[in-house]
Design a protein around this ligand. Structure first.
Ligand SMILES: NC(=O)c1ccc[n+]([C@@H]2O[C@H](COP(=O)([O-])OP(=O)(O)OC[C@H]3O[C@@H](n4cnc5c(N)ncnc54)[C@H](OP(=O)(O)O)[C@@H]3O)[C@@H](O)[C@H]2O)c1
Length: 348
């Protein structure tokens, strides 16, 4: 374990490489797992110090998470910035704060996300329990998502939190990312991304039925397409999936008892060989960690990196191609997001 004093001295004498990692939604679930993994790695790597920045919407929850991380890794550097990704105004303010505080960014984890729930479809849960227990355990089919939810700024709510708020961050922080020389933007996508729910004419999925799946489809598209623009500046963009993790994203809709049932169900699924049932945030964050720490020449920016787990709990990662990726469509999407960003830049 490195002491804080030794770290500061080493940073001053430039004997230690310092990296800045920003993680959105780091106060819980997969984001918290990413923070733990980075601090663990940093504490075990003598020549490296990773400063972890928790970018969270709720300062109290962020402070609790920071305390837990410092308790686990006492000599670590953990900061907090506040951002509500559903408000582009808040994203602009957060990026301004980041630019004032840090002189480089090495890792930007676009991780925060929501899966809004209008009601839980228990009849479908029972039906799937008999007909397709695997899809019950691996997909969020019992969550009936609301249609038409918008943010106060008029954006599709899920699109704003899961995609556009992050895209604005990327665009605002591009210059700081380019200083690193090997910066990574890592998008937490999902196994549940689905082109069938995406409609270019309603890309914010305001009228559509499954805004979550649509947002994750867009995530994959733009995560890959950003490489066309950013690689020349030595910024690399990747998409990952944590598998199925028992976190608040579904748990908060279930209530205490069903949340415990969910965890047991996921664990049983894992023991029965469902390799996507990573269950814990530590396991789920593995693919993000691999993409953050592997040499760039060992990674393929056209692939998606999934966390997977063996029945007895050993975590590993798997690569898959993003079948629906079409460069032309993905570039049109980026252009569309740019136009939207221009509108906000003029307004704010
Ligand atoms: N769990 C899974 O099985 C699973 C599967 C596939 C993909 N994912 C993806 O993994 C990512 C993390 O989710 P999770 O499972 O770890 O769920 P989680 O525990 O609910 O974490 C979500 C995080 O996002 C934050 N967040 C939500 N809305 C936000 C906003 N408007 N502004 C800023 N932060 C916001 C939450 O903050 P609060 O604590 O303040 O709400 C929380 O920190 C998401 O992108 C999700 O889609 C999860």
């Amino acid at each position: 374990m490195k002491s804080k004093r030794a770290i500061e001295e080493a940073i001053q004498t430039e004997a230690m490489q310092t990296k800045v990692a920003i993680i959105t939604g780091a106060n819980s679930g997969v984001g918290f797992g990413i923070a733990q993994r980075l601090l663990d790695y940093s504490s075990k790597t003598p020549s490296l110090c990773i400063r972890v920045v928790l970018a969270c919407r709720n300062p109290t929850r962020a402070s609790v998470a920071r305390e837990a991380l410092i308790n686990e890794y006492p000599e670590s550097l953990v900061d907090i910035v506040t951002v509500d990704l559903s408000s582009i105004d808040s994203v602009f303010k957060c990026c301004k704060e980041i630019k004032e505080k840090y002189d480089r960014i090495d890792l930007l984890f676009c991780n925060a996300g929501i899966l809004s729930c209008e009601y839980l479809d228990w009849w479908n849960a029972i039906y799937l329990g008999f007909t397709s227990p695997i899809s019950l355990l691996t997909e969020s089919k019992i969550v009936a998502q609301p249609i038409g939810n918008k943010t106060i700024e008029g954006l599709g709510e899920t699109f704003a939190c899961n995609v556009f708020g992050h895209y604005v961050m990327v665009r605002q922080l591009e210059d700081l990312l380019s200083i690193s020389g090997d910066a990574r933007i890592i998008w937490t996508s999902s196994d549940a991304c689905n082109k069938d729910y995406f409609n270019f004419a309603d890309y914010q999925c305001i009228e559509g039925t499954n805004p979550y799946e649509s947002s994750k489809y867009i995530t994959d598209m733009i995560a890959i397409a950003l490489n066309i623009r950013l690689n020349a500046r030595h910024i690399y963009s990747f998409t990952t999936s944590p598998g199925v993790v028992a976190t608040n994203i579904v748990g908060s809709h279930l209530g205490w008892v069903m949340d415990k049932f969910m965890k047991v169900g996921f664990t049983l699924g894992r023991i029965c060989g469902l390799r996507e049932e990573t269950v814990t945030a530590w396991n789920g964050s593995y693919s993000n960690f691999i993409v953050a720490t592997s040499p760039i020449e060992c990674l393929n920016k056209l692939l998606k990196y999934h966390s997977r787990v063996k029945p007895w709990g050993t975590v590993y990662y798997e690569e898959s191609s993003v079948d629906d990726y079409k460069e032309k469509e993905a570039t049109s999407l980026l252009n569309q997001l740019d136009r939207l960003l221009d509108d906000f830049s003029k307004k704010i």
